[in-house]
Design a protein around this ligand. Sequence first.
Ligand SMILES: [Ca+2]
Ligand SMILES: [Ca+2]
Ligand SMILES: [Ca+2]
Length: 133
Amino acid sequence: MSRKLNISGHMKLQDYENYAANEVKTKSFANSTTLDDDHLEEVIEVVEGVGGEVRGELTINAQLLSNNRIKVWISIWLFEGTSEATSDLDGERHSNFLVRAGQTVSKTYMVYNTAEGDDDFVRVKFTCKNLPA
Ligand SMILES: [Ca+2]
Ligand SMILES: [Ca+2]
Ligand SMILES: [Ca+2]
C-alpha cells in the first residue's frame, strides 16, 4: 500500500488595530510525500506572526489507512498579546476529514479571537490530493 499525498495552501493572519489599518500577512505552504508502510504518517507544522501581536500555529497530521484512504487531522491556534511570541491563546479549532483514493479535498477554516471578541483571525485554506504513488 502506497499513496502520494499532495497538500498545498496558505495561512492568512490578521492583527486587528483600533485606530489604524489592520495588519495582515499570508504564509504559503506545500508538501508532497509518499505514504506507505514505512512512512504511515506525515506531519506539517506552520507558524507565522503578524503585527507584533498575533501568531498563528497550524498542525496538519495525515495518516494512511486501509483501502488507500488518508485521514487528515488539523489543529489551528490563534495567540494574541503583547508580542508575536505571546503564550496567550485566544482561539483554536480542531477538525478532521477523510480523503479517499483519487480524491481532491479543499477546506477552509476560520479561527477568531473568541477570548477578546475583536477582529484578529487566522484563516487556513488548503487542498489535499490522494494520488497513486
Ligand atoms: Ca492588535
Ligand atoms: Ca499590531
Ligand atoms: Ca489576548
